[in-house]
Design a protein around this ligand. Sequence first.
Ligand SMILES: Cc1cc2nc3c(=O)[nH]c(=O)nc-3n(C[C@H](O)[C@H](O)[C@H](O)COP(=O)(O)OP(=O)(O)OC[C@H]3O[C@@H](n4cnc5c(N)ncnc54)[C@H](O)[C@@H]3O)c2cc1C
Length: 465
Amino acid sequence: MPTTIVWLRHDLRLRDNPALQAAAARGAVVPLWIDEGDTGDPWRPGAASRVWLHDGLAAFDALLVARGSRLVIARGAPLDVLRGMLTACAADAVFWNRRHTPAGIAGDSTLKAALAEHCEVRSFAGNLLFEPGAVMTGGGTPYKVFTPFYRACLAAGPPPAPPPEPAALAPPARWPSSLQLDDLALEPHIDWTAGIRARWQAGERTAQARLATFIDDTVIDYPERRDQPAAGAISGLSPYFCQGALGVRDAWAQLSAASAASGNTPYESAAAAWLRQLVWREFAWHLLFHFPHTTDAPLRDEFADMVWVDDAEGLAAWQRGRTGFPLVDAGMRELWETGFMHNRVRMVTASLLTKHLGQHWLAGARWFWDTLVDGDLANNSLGWQWVAGCGADAAPYFRIFNPYAQSRKFDPDGVYLRRWLPELAALDAAQIHQPPPGIAGYPAPIVDLAPAREAALARYAEIRR
Ligand SMILES: Cc1cc2nc3c(=O)[nH]c(=O)nc-3n(C[C@H](O)[C@H](O)[C@H](O)COP(=O)(O)OP(=O)(O)OC[C@H]3O[C@@H](n4cnc5c(N)ncnc54)[C@H](O)[C@@H]3O)c2cc1C
């Protein structure tokens, strides 16, 4: 029986995994995880993502073991590891699902050419709705504005149907040796992971259960309440999409089927609102594919000349949730504690940093990258550039979120604020959004909003000239 190595990267799942499916149909399967070590990629997984990865690998291995298979773990340069593995388990093919980070694309194409001398190599489309390059403007250029991109995706028809779990995963005649998960040292030396682990349980089974609950109970509230950080009206699936415990085509297909079966117009429009967000993710990844420099540089060239403020103290206050603006501080503490922040609050915290404090969006993007369990290179780059005004379809330069107004609008009763800011818990809804001075343990605002807004507008006006 032929044996195929399946090199897993952003796809720790059995369902909707085309490479695994094809390998299983071909014969025996060796599921492989490679720790590439320090490749010099500045966007290696951050500290919170590494913890999440540790738990994701453990959960995936448990799924494989329950099916008579296992996850083989190795460390080193992929070409060396794969060559060694081909011999060790007498395999004659290597399959993977394509990844779309700039470093991943470069590495995979070189590797494919080098490996092709030794074995069959096949790559599959599995991590996006459509492959980059498949959704282009009439002129053959990439979209830089979301709405036409969204329309083009809808016009392209439903994304390819996701394959089911392989019926069986036949083991190879001999298993190669494997490192232990702990050998990868993904967990920190000093354990700060309790908040993350209390909130997030890794793995495909949890992801599927969350998706089912979202489809059955939550999505109906999504259009009305998705912007309210205390409402629980979002899916909370981004950490699973990031690590591939849930495939985006699978989520699309399941919600579309539920919507079609519902015969209920409010449900259909709620489902459409959520699917639209999956297209934002898609948009981010297609942009990153076409403009790989945007992880570190603005998409809009004129912003290369922007003068940013360098203020370590202000940055530290923002990172620690001690800016004196309750919604910002609540979000930053939620992030530190749980590895997640609600989307509305991400926008407000990012706006305060890049506009009122005038700091470089990359300072914020790097902090998010290190602290988010859903750290996703495309979404993070798009999100930060959108808020800073220098990216695709970006917020107009004059949109500067007022953190008090955003707080009153989206958390009117202060439920979210009280959850994360115990110093303010005794304040009533009239006071909590903009606390009076002198609350014990809570800082005064680190910046005066009105002049800071004017200064930001002046900086942006300079760029526009
Ligand atoms: C400054 C900033 C940084 C961000 N960094 C990340 C990041 O590193 N990783 C990440 O996954 N998302 C990021 N986002 C986008 C968004 O905040 C999260 O995807 C969302 O909060 C995840 O929660 P959810 O899964 O409950 O989303 P839901 O509202 O349930 O949406 C479902 C899915 O759609 C996608 N999605 C939703 N909103 C967006 C968006 N604005 N842009 C792109 N895709 C979206 C995500 O895959 C999400 O899981 C960022 C946004 C901002 C403003």
